[in-house]
Structures are given as C-alpha cells and as structure tokens.
Design a protein around this ligand. Structure first.
Ligand code: ADP
Length: 327
C-alpha cells in the first residue's frame, strides 16, 4: 500500500464558504497522524509558481468563521497544458508532496483527475467545494448551505419593499448550470415562480400565473431566475412587463454577495468532516476519489463519477412542491 508522508492542500476555482473549516481539518488531521502539510496558494497556480508554505496547528487558528479561503483561489489556465502540469508535478515532488487534497468544483476535479492519471505517484483526493451543489456523490457541497441562506436573507428584504410598493421583482441567483440555490431559496421565500435551467418555463404560463396572483390580491410577487436559466432574467422581465401592466417591475441581480460571509454551522461541520475524511482516505491508500456526504455519511466516489453531471438531478419532490405551494 502507498504510504503518504506529506500532504499538499489547495482551494481552486470558485470560492465557497466552508473552505476554511475544511483547510483547518486537513491540516490538523494530517499533523495528528504525523504527516507534514503544505498549503498551496491560489489553487494550481501555486503549484506551478512554487507558491507554497509549511502549515502547522497555528496556521489555521481562528479561521472557522471566515468566508473565502485563506489559501486564496484562482483559475489557472497553464495547468490545463501538459507543460504546466509537468512544472506543477516537479515542484510538488521537490517539496516531497505525495498526497494532494483539492477543494473545488468540477473544473478542479477535472484537473486533479488528469494530473493524477499522468502522475500516479501523487495521490489525489477531492473535496466538493462549490456553492452550485452540482456534483454527483455528495448531497451537499461546501458553501451551498451558506450561499442559500445568504440568498434567503436578501430575498426576505426584497419582499418587504416589494410588498410596500405592489412590485414584481425578478431576482437572479447564482448556480451556473444548476438551479439548486434557486429552487431552495424559492421554496424558502415563497417565490411566486422559480425559473430553473433544469426545466423549461413557458413565458405565457408565467404571465398568466402572475396576472392571476394579482387578481387574487397578491400585493407583491417574487420570481427567482437561476443564472443558468436559458431565458435570462432581463428578457423574462421585459416580456412580462409588456403583458402585466399593473405591477411595477424591478430586476435585482444578487451577484457575488452570494459567495461571501461566515460559513453556516452546516458548512463548518461539513467542511470539517470532509477535510478529516480526505486525509484519512489518503492515509488509507486511496486516490482519484472525492469524499462526499450521502445520507449523513461520508462516503467516497470516483472522481470520474463525481464529474458526471448528467446523473445529478434536483429532488423531484421539491420540484413538484414548488408549484403547489406558490399559488
Ligand atoms: P471549479 O473548480 O469551481 O469548477 P474552474 O472550472 O474554474 O472552477 O476550474 C478550476 C481550475 O481547475 C482551472 O482554473 C484549471 O486550473 C483547472 N482545470 C479545469 N479544467 C481542467 C482541465 N481540463 N485540465 C486541467 N486542469 C483543469
């Protein structure tokens, strides 16, 4: 069985609240087991630029409550090339790194899988860190819960002003190709409609529902539009404004505030569990896998499988419920 002596940890791609608790767990679990730990700055860029530092217990003090990532993150195009990967490998070897924990989303895992297939002597373990909740093999990804709570708090505030003015708000929320945040936020805030990339919304039906709502004396309406929805928030709002004259229509794009803020209790625990499990898996000789949460257990999935988006589906009961409860 392979024996790990030095673990490198990095955060890559989109940042997500909960990455810091995870880094802390990786560092302290590794040290507890007598391993050395190297923090790699700015994701794969730090591997290529040799921007790394030894990490000790105190390197991760007082970070549980911090959003973002103390290791910084980046999108690193050179890592996609063979030359870039070779430099990254040589730098990692020179440092004595024989195990890598990569915290990120599907792009990060694609890179990790390519890297470890090319250089199998460095074991790689993935931790799902993305607010988009779009990876197979983990019911929840790190940051999704915090981001959804942030969205809910913002929409509750918008509802106050929408109600005061009889307004109809179209609110765009993040999630790339995934409607996971939109769906949960919509149900949590009683949105009158939720537009998701996972299903097509006929604009005529939307207009009819909004008109009906107005006739039924709804004093405000909120329509949540996931950023991956194919209509796009501005086009939908314009199409509706033409037909629905009684409402004053406003568009709000929540944007990057959704990524920030202190991680929720859920994300602190999830980050800690996943970091702990990732190091233990490396020690047990595993590689090319992702640790994830399934039925409240931490289980492993092959990275290749985790990347298979087509298997990821929004929960059918939530989809069914969202229409029924919003009337
Ligand atoms: P996320 O991990 O949040 O999905 P990105 O898609 O931006 O974020 O990917 C993060 C990084 O992973 C990229 O900047 C790049 O360094 C690396 N990466 C993505 N795709 C590949 C690939 N096909 N080969 C090698 N590295 C990749």
């Amino acid at each position: 069985m392979r024996k790990i002596s030095k673990i490198g940890v990095l955060t890559s791609g989109g940042d997500a609240p909960g990455m810091n608790p995870c880094i802390r767990a990786v560092v302290r679990t590794a040290l507890y087991n007598g391993l050395e730990v190297v923090g790699i700055r700015q994701g794969y860029k730090g591997l290529i630029d040799n921007d790394m530092m030894e990490m000790k217990h105190r390197s991760v003090s007082n970070i549980l409550n911090l959003g973002g990532t103390i290791l910084k993150t980046a999108r690193c195009l050179p890592f996609k090339t063979d030359e870039g990967m070779e430099i990254a490998y040589q730098n990692a070897k020179a440092r004595g790194i024989d195990g890598l924990v990569v915290i990120g989303g599907d792009g990060t895992f694609t890179g990790a899988l390519r890297f470890s297939r090319k250089y199998p002597d460095i074991a790689v373990m993935g931790v799902p860190g993305t607010i988009d909740n779009d990876l197979c093999g983990s019911t929840y990804t790190l940051g999704f819960d915090t981001a959804t709570n942030t969205v809910i708090e913002a929409i509750d505030k918008i509802r106050d002003t929408a109600d005061a003015h009889d307004r109809l708000f179209f609110i765009e929320v993040m999630g790339r190709d995934s409607g996971a945040i939109a769906l949960r936020a919509g149900i949590s805030c009683g949105a009158e409609a939720i537009l998701l990339p996972e299903r097509t919304t006929a604009i005529d039906d939307l207009i009819k529902n909004l008109k009906d709502g107005h006739m039924n004396k709804k004093s405000s309406s909120i329509v949540i539009v996931a950023e991956g929805d194919k209509n796009g928030v501005w086009d939908v709002a314009k199409a509706v404004q033409k037909e629905v004259k009684n409402y004053d229509i406003k568009v709000t794009i929540l944007g990057h505030l959704q990524r920030g803020g202190a991680p929720s209790s859920f994300d602190r625990i999830l980050g800690s569990r996943l970091g702990f499990a990732a190091v233990n898996a490396l020690i047990a000789g595993e590689s090319q896998k992702m640790v994830g949460l399934q039925a409240n257990q931490i289980l492993m999935t092959d990275l290749e499988q985790a990347l298979n988006h087509h298997e990821f589906k929004l929960e059918p009961d939530l989809l069914q419920m969202m229409d029924i409860l919003s009337i």
